[in-house]
Design a protein around this ligand. Sequence first.
Ligand code: NAP
Ligand code: MG
Length: 513
Amino acid sequence: MTVHVPPQGEAPTFHHFIDGRWVPSATGRTFESRNPADRRDLVGRFQAGDAADVARAIMAAGDALPGWQATPAPRRGEILYRFGALLAERKEEIARAMTREMGKVLTEARGDVQEGIDIAFLMAGEGRRLFGDTVPSELPDKWAMSIRVPIGVAGIVTPWNFPVAIPCWKMMPALVTGNTVVFKPATDTPHCATLLVEVMAEAGFPPGTVNLVTGTGADVGDAIVSSADVDVVSFTGSTAVGKRIAETAGRRLKRLSLELGGKNAIVVMADADLDLAVDGILWSAFGTTGQRCTAASRLVVERSVHDRLVAMLAERAASLRLGPGLDPGTEVGPLINEAAVEKVAAYVEIGRQAGAEVACGGAPVRDDDLAHGSFFAPTILTGVRPMDRVAQEEIFGPVLSVIAVDGYEEAVAAVNGTRYGLSSAIFTRDVNRAFRAMRDFRTGIVYVNAGTIGAETHLPFGGVKETGNGGREAGHAALDTYTEWKSVYVDFSGRLQRAQIDNQPAGDEPGAR
Ligand code: NAP
Ligand code: MG
């Protein structure tokens, strides 16, 4: 084990970041963040914020709005560039802190930070674009155009599984378009959020434009969502919490972006390259220990290759090395906490009760070095039917449910037969079938001959059905969450011109409608 276990007293205490200053919570209460690979390792103590802290942060964000909106967008973009460059400089340090705090293996943590860098640079460029439409008016001597304008104070509520990438996906488009931010990270990853905001402060975002308040969803998250002074909320997390937030935000007609759960499927047709499929399935099902919103949690396979594919997968999955993500040999890190271990174990039992067989894994791992961490063996359940709970509900752990089907139509029905619709994939060598899948799979993201994970920041990211409320993150689409359209007409004719009337034939003329 490479985990450093400091005496408890040594762990530092971190603060909220409000109006450009690091400040304690009004109550003085704190909570701990611990390493899920070894809970003896205390990362730090963080402010247990409440509604009073949130109110201070919202006020700072509101006060900063006029100055930030008056800053030309290309100048705002330059600060994003600086932030991206500073994040790149500190990539290794922050990736290591991320692995320590939430468990994902170091190579994946580096990828998480890289996604933050990528979206910073992409959105920095938007500062010089922010395209609207310039179109001809239907009247002579008249100008017509549409421009994007910021909405106001943005409330950003994020989960722990991409503790740098997801906050950046939200804050970069929010800021470049002229909004200011109140950011509440997950209570499982306050250290990652603190480091991120530290880099943002160093990059030169003016005081009040970015505010960080740590604390629970009930105390801090709800206060942000229900505030009359927060104009747009962007939330990533579970569907259950997302629905509650939609109700609260809906009462105030707030702009709201929701990125919620998934139950993503990989389809393997009999003509697929099975070796390639195995690589894609293992990476998608067990990468980040299955704790990705896009993780493959269902494998839909044509019956004729089912046994061979399952045997190949089980052998490889059983040999994946579990351990702390900072150990170079580790392939699968811990789950986020003990509650997650219990939840995953309960789902394996639910699967068993419904008749599934455990082809590999199926239980927590507590051997030797792993005794103080939250480890669960990569698990494959076979004999799962499309409507079984383990095929319908998000487990958010290293569990792959295998469903055998008798052909393409049955595969499509299985893929689409859940309340979620984030990501899907098909392995096939038949180009016609690949195109049918691109059309038929009802998900926001479709992969052909690759697993269900691997989104790039310059394309829209999000899902259909209960995965969200129709918005998209990343790409140009992200701008839609944080801007209103303003349509502008300039009449330089010097006389009254009436749209829909003066440019139409009068009613008594021939050819009039
Ligand atoms: P979660 O429990 O819904 O929490 C997400 C965030 O919301 C956390 O910061 C949480 O605070 C906060 N929160 C909880 N209750 C709240 C409330 N009543 N009001 C306001 N905020 C509240 O989700 P999670 O378990 O951390 O994350 C896993 C889930 O996120 C999975 O369902 C996964 O699929 C989803 N996810 C989706 C995407 C996507 O883009 N579609 C990406 C990643 C993850 P605490 O930290 O204090 O609980
Ligand atoms: Mg949670």
